[in-house]
Design a protein around this ligand. Structure first.
Ligand code: BES
Ligand code: MN
Ligand code: ZN
Length: 504
């Protein structure tokens, strides 16, 4: 849900229409140098900026800002000068972040802002203007649909309009179009992650995914009967303790060559994870409404691909369940037969995500014979111990796919770090009673044994990557491009992977 933001592009020639509640944002480098159009607009106010910079010890370092209230000589109520450091070194993800920073400098009361898309060397290139705009858009998002009481000073204006001024409006718009599609996908994913589990249970999740039909994505929903027929007993076992029925949702976007094998994305969609009979402790359990961040990313990604009409065939398959303790819930010691035919001894009912993925991955591979598969899952606390919230863990059976994901990660700032897979870890999930057990027994290497489990459902002929996003899918850090809890992590990463390598 966006904070009613009106984002538009304007010309350098007609800047800063704003009155006292308006904000003007400009950029300077670490020599405090401003661009020519900026200097022109600031006129004598530039001297004021130089004096304020000295007083505030503002040096134009990257991602720092200087703010002047009621700047003499300008009509706006506030002038914000944002440092970019060395302008020549700015990458796309840096510009994105600057856009977020700029949006963050709008006081709650401000109704409109003008951002000068100019660097000291001159106008930003269309792609840079578009990255800046995307940063604004991502930062403007807030999830406040359940806030009914807010103090006056916390109330944002009904609409906020942000105009990004540039040298070439048409080129900026053209470059922004696909980024707007991607941003919508990110915000959709955030909405799903932020939504509480009493509202967003599996059937409702499937309904929301079905809204992609509007973008000509074909959406199929498998109900319990269909899943039973397919033999998805690993997934069904997880959901059997819940009053809410499980679902599998299959989304298909066909923008590529007819008959060309699709790329496939698979998401863990545990709408709430209590742990089941192996119940979790109370502290922090509310976070487990976000245990569907993998599925949310897949829905957001399919939205992005369809909305920007990506020239690729893509499928998204998500397993949506709720993991609850109940008289009918699965027990430790139970043995289930997965769709693949392999049997699984349940040691811990809280290791449920891998059970869901086992059937959904097997199903996707059988049905679609994809070019590659990437699954996303908030799978283990262990990956947070290993990597914190900066990198997602990546497990991959194919070096080329791993390299491509790593590169897409550095480009977008959604970082992945490759983790090992090896027979020694695989041995740890052998079971006394069944083909495998659902935990490694020890907490050591917990993210790896989880990945080894999933790997047993993947044919090595298909390139596959598993992204453990337990640390990145939701987070309470406030970043320059996200102030909400759900991050929408992975939408930009995977869109980039597709754009760089798989479009015709
Ligand atoms: N959904 C959790 C993992 C998780 C933890 C995600 C924290 C996000 C934040 C997962 O289903 C789980 O409970 N994993 C267990 C596995 C264990 C029982 C082998 C874990 O990590 O403790
Ligand atoms: Mn769990
Ligand atoms: Zn879980």
């Amino acid at each position: 849900m966006t904070d009613a933001l009106k984002l538009g592009f304007g010309n350098f020639a007609a800047p800063a229409k704003a009155g006292p509640s308006g904000v003007l944002v400009v950029f300077c480098d670490d020599a405090l140098k401003l661009g020519p159009a900026t200097r022109n607009t600031l006129g004598s106010t530039a001297t004021l900026v130089a004096r304020a910079a000295k007083a505030e010890r503002f040096t134009g370092k990257k991602n720092t800002a200087l703010e002047l209230v009621i700047p003499e000589g300008l009509k706006v109520g506030r002038l914000v000068v944002i440092g970019v450091g060395k302008a020549g070194e700015l990458k796309a993800k840096d510009i994105l972040r600057l856009g977020g920073l700029a949006m963050g400098k709008l006081p709650t009361a401000a109704s409109d802002a003008t951002i000068f898309a100019e660097l000291p060397g001159g106008a930003m290139k269309p792609d840079q203007v578009a990255d800046l705009a995307q940063g604004v858009r991502l930062r403007a998002y807030s999830f406040d649909r359940y806030k009914t009481k807010r103090k006056d000073e916390e109330k944002p204006p009904a609409t906020r309009s942000v105009t990004i001024v540039t040298g070439d409006i048409a080129a900026a718009r053209k470059a922004y179009d696909p980024r707007a599609a991607i941003s919508d996908g990110v915000l959709l994913a955030r909405d799903l992650v932020n939504e509480p589990a009493n509202i967003l249970y599996p059937e409702e999740f499937a309904r929301r995914a079905s809204a992609l039909k509007k973008l000509r994505v074909s959406v199929e929903v498998l109900d319990i009967k269909a899943m039973k027929k397919l033999g998805m007993n690993a997934l069904l076992g997880v959901g059997q303790g819940s009053a809410r029925d499980s679902r599998v949702v299959v989304m298909r976007w066909n923008g590529g060559k007819a008959g060309d094998a699709p790329v496939a994305f698979i998401g863990k969609g545990v709408c709430f994870d209590t742990g089941g009979i192996s119940i979790k402790p109370a502290a922090g359990m509310e976070d487990m409404k976000g245990d569907m961040a993998g599925a949310a990313c897949v829905v957001g990604l399919l939205h992005a691909l369809a909305a920007r009409k990506a020239r690729v065939n893509a499928v998204g398959v998500i397993g949506v369940v709720e993991n609850m303790p109940d008289g009918n819930a699965q027990r430790p010691g139970d043995i289930v037969k997965s769709m693949s035919g392999q049997t699984i001894e349940i040691i811990n009912t809280d290791a449920e995500g891998r059970l869901v993925l086992a059937d959904v991955i097997w199903y996707t591979a059988q049905r679609f014979k994809p070019k590659f598969m990437v699954d996303l899952a908030t799978l283990t606390g262990a990956i947070i111990v290993a990597l914190g919230q900066e990198y997602a863990g990546m497990f991959c059976n194919n070096d080329q796919l791993a390299e491509r994901l790593t590169k897409a990660g550095t480009e977008t700032g959604e970082l992945v770090w490759r983790m090992p897979l090896a027979p020694e870890y695989d041995k740890m999930i052998d079971s006394k009673f069944a083909d495998m057990k659902n935990t490694g027994g020890s907490r050591w290497g917990g993210a790896i044994t989880a990945a080894q489990f999933i790997k047993r459902f993947v044919d090595d002929k298909i390139p596959w990557a598993h992204l453990d996003i337990a640390g990145t899918g939701f987070d309470s850090r406030q970043t320059d491009i996200n102030r909400s809890w759900g991050s929408g992590w992975g939408v930009r990463l995977l869109d980039r992977l597709v754009a760089d390598h798989y479009e015709r």
